[in-house]
Write a protein that binds this ligand. Structure first.
Ligand code: ADP
Length: 572
């Protein structure tokens, strides 16, 4: 073969990178090694930013959140066997949260299958419970179709995780450049367009929804991270403001309409969900987070109107009215219909007065608690200082990442979201350990925003080594660790009940007291702060927020300040 021809040969690694790039993938997260190091390098050569992590679990969480924030699948690249298994954390989290993500793993040589090859595993079987689509390219010619299908399936219908398996022998096969282009063109042409189209909306259902809202005595709008993913904030705001219907965001729906909006019912949550007679639920599942839409939290007579892209979701919940479709489109149609024949509840409507007065009461009560300065810190005192510092940043608002039992619970009530998709937390699965991965995804997805993590020390510990990743890429991330010395805090056991030969071991919930987490980041050249008083915390926040460089603020919290299991004691 002539030298010119050899130069034009494209191997499997290069072909995968070309296809990802043509499919619009411009960021990848992962941990390289045999057999995928070359794939990462080829992707970088094509303009893809590859963010290299210490652990596939964190990289996978980053990929899942990147998919949510951008609407394009986040890609996690891993090695075979154990790399793929570690990646399942991110893949399963993506599917649980209905976020688009692709796990791409190298795999062992097909000719050695079943004989104990290096890192051998039946990866297609391993990903099955967590992937809505999976493909193994058994030959280089299958790469383009496999890549485009994995991308399309990740965003199709209800978004979720997909898997692409790349055996080492396939990555080392080659085709010449023109054959590569031919394979790509053929795969692009045969792409199933129906996968990426939104479902057709039934107009009669829009009319019915408008009629229900119009005739309701106590209408209510609930929206979740599906509505956030659909970028439906403009339509939602128009609908709420033109009708005067109060609204409740789920934790990650917060910010689609500002928490400060006068129709926000978050502070009157129990009253609003308990008393509403018609509830328009958009891009949010009536699962544990919304008390399954059932009594005693909800009225038994409430009529649900559910808007979702997933038909099975609507069938599962059996609402009074289900509207299949993209949240942005459906809300746009509902608003359009109302605009032609407007109605508005108005501030003096009894329902609005009831919700507003309850919300105002509860906000005032919370402010009284927040205004007490408690040192050693409880959860509220530092959370208020953090809230005010975040609000002080202005627009674009920081992305807030939150995890931990008490820290996330208290943060959800106290921290204020004013812009869409600026809150990432443990989500549908209550996944802890997502923090650093989410921070990195947010910083990569929204380079103009500061990222602020407010984490328990336990949540931070899952992936604390990724502070090196923050420093390596110089990401504008400030990680605030609520350090109460363990999961839920100090040793809460009854000493009389602790017996046996290991009774003197530390409690399963406890960590080294006073751990110097701020020093961890300094090992890599980042900035660390220790804060045990309001002044120390304010000064650390002011300095780190204006520097926009990687920092860890280690906030000393009274180990007995929180509750076991946050607000879910009954489950532990
Ligand atoms: P939350 O945790 O905020 O309550 P969930 O994850 O439980 O939200 O629910 C999100 C819902 O949004 C899922 O049922 C998903 O199918 C749906 N969804 C995802 N994308 C869209 C979209 N573009 N339009 C409407 N619904 C969507």
């Amino acid at each position: 073969m002539a030298e010119a021809d050899i130069k034009k040969m494209i191997d499997g690694n290069a072909l995968v990178s070309m296809c990802l790039s043509r499919a619009g993938i411009d960021r990848m997260f992962g941990v390289v090694g045999i057999p995928v190091t070359s794939l990462a390098n080829r992707a970088v050569a094509l303009g893809v930013r590859f963010i290299a992590f210490h652990n596939e679990q964190s990289a996978g969480y980053a990929a899942s959140a990147y998919g949510y924030l951008t609407g394009r699948p986040g890609v996690l690249l891993t090695v075979s066997g154990p790399g793929c298994v570690h990646g399942l954390a991110g893949l399963s989290n993506a599917s649980a949260n209905a976020w688009p993500m692709i796990l791409i793993s190298g795999s062992s040589d097909q000719s050695l299958a079943g004989r104990g090859d290096f890192q051998e595993l039946d990866q297609i079987a391993a990903v099955k419970p967590f992937a809505k689509f999976s493909a193994k390219a058994t030959d280089i010619t299958e790469i383009p179709k496999s890549v485009f299908s994995a991308v399309d399936w990740a965003v199709a219908g209800r978004p979720g995780g997909t898997y692409l398996d790349l055996p080492t022998d396939v990555l080392h096969q080659s085709v010449d450049e023109s054959e590569a282009e031919r394979l790509i063109a053929k795969a692009l042409n045969s792409r199933d367009k129906s996968l990426i189209e939104n479902p057709r909306i039934d107009n009669s259902k829009i009319e019915k929804a408008v009629e229900l809202l119009r005739s309701a005595q106590r209408p209510f709008i609930v929206f979740g991270k599906g509505a956030a993913y659909a970028k439906s904030e403009t339509e939602l705001t128009k609908l709420v403001e033109s009708t005067g219907i109060p609204f409740l965001p789920t934790p990650m729906g917060k910010g689609l309409i500002s928490d400060k909006h006068e129709l926000a019912a978050t502070a009157a949550r129990s009253l609003a969900i308990g008393k509403c007679d018609v509830a328009l639920v958009v891009g949010a599942r009536l699962n544990w987070l919304l008390h399954f839409g059932q009594p005693p939290k909800w009225s038994k007579d409430v009529k649900f109107i559910i808007v979702d892209v997933c038909e099975e979701e609507i069938e599962l919940r059996k609402p009074f009215l289900g509207i299949l479709g993209d949240a942005k489109e459906v809300l746009g149609l509902i608003y359009k219909q109302i605009k032609d024949d407007p109605f508005c509840l108005g501030k003096t409507h009894p329902w609005i007065e009831a919700v507003r007065s309850k919300a105002n009461d509860n906000v005032a009560k919370m402010e009284v608690q927040l205004s007490k300065v408690v040192v050693p810190f409880n959860f509220l005192t530092p959370m208020k200082i953090i809230r005010d510092a975040i609000l002080g940043v202005g627009s674009p608002a920081p992305v807030v990442v939150s995890e931990g039992a008490n820290t996330m619970d208290v943060g959800r009530s106290v921290l204020v979201q004013t812009e869409p998709r600026t809150r990432l937390d443990a989500g549908t699965w209550g996944t802890m350990g997502v923090g650093l991965g989410y921070c990195i995804a947010a910083a990569v997805a929204s380079p103009d925003r500061l990222v602020v993590a407010v984490e328990g020390d336990s949540g931070f510990g899952f992936s604390a080594m990724e502070v090196e990743t923050l420093v390596r890429y110089q990401l504008p991330v400030v990680v605030i660790v609520f350090n109460n010395g363990g999961v839920y805090g100090g040793d809460r056991r009854n000493p009389e009940e602790i017996t046996g030969p290991y009774k003197d071991d530390p409690a399963p919930t406890s960590f080294v007291p006073g751990a110097a987490y701020h020093i961890l980041i300094e090992a890599f050249g980042g900035k660390g702060y220790l804060a045990g008083t309001p002044d120390e915390l304010k000064s650390a926040l002011a300095e780190s927020f204006s520097a926009r460089k990687p920092a860890v603020i280690n906030v000393t919290i009274d180990p007995y300040a929180g509750a076991e299991s946050g607000r879910m004691q009954h489950m532990n």
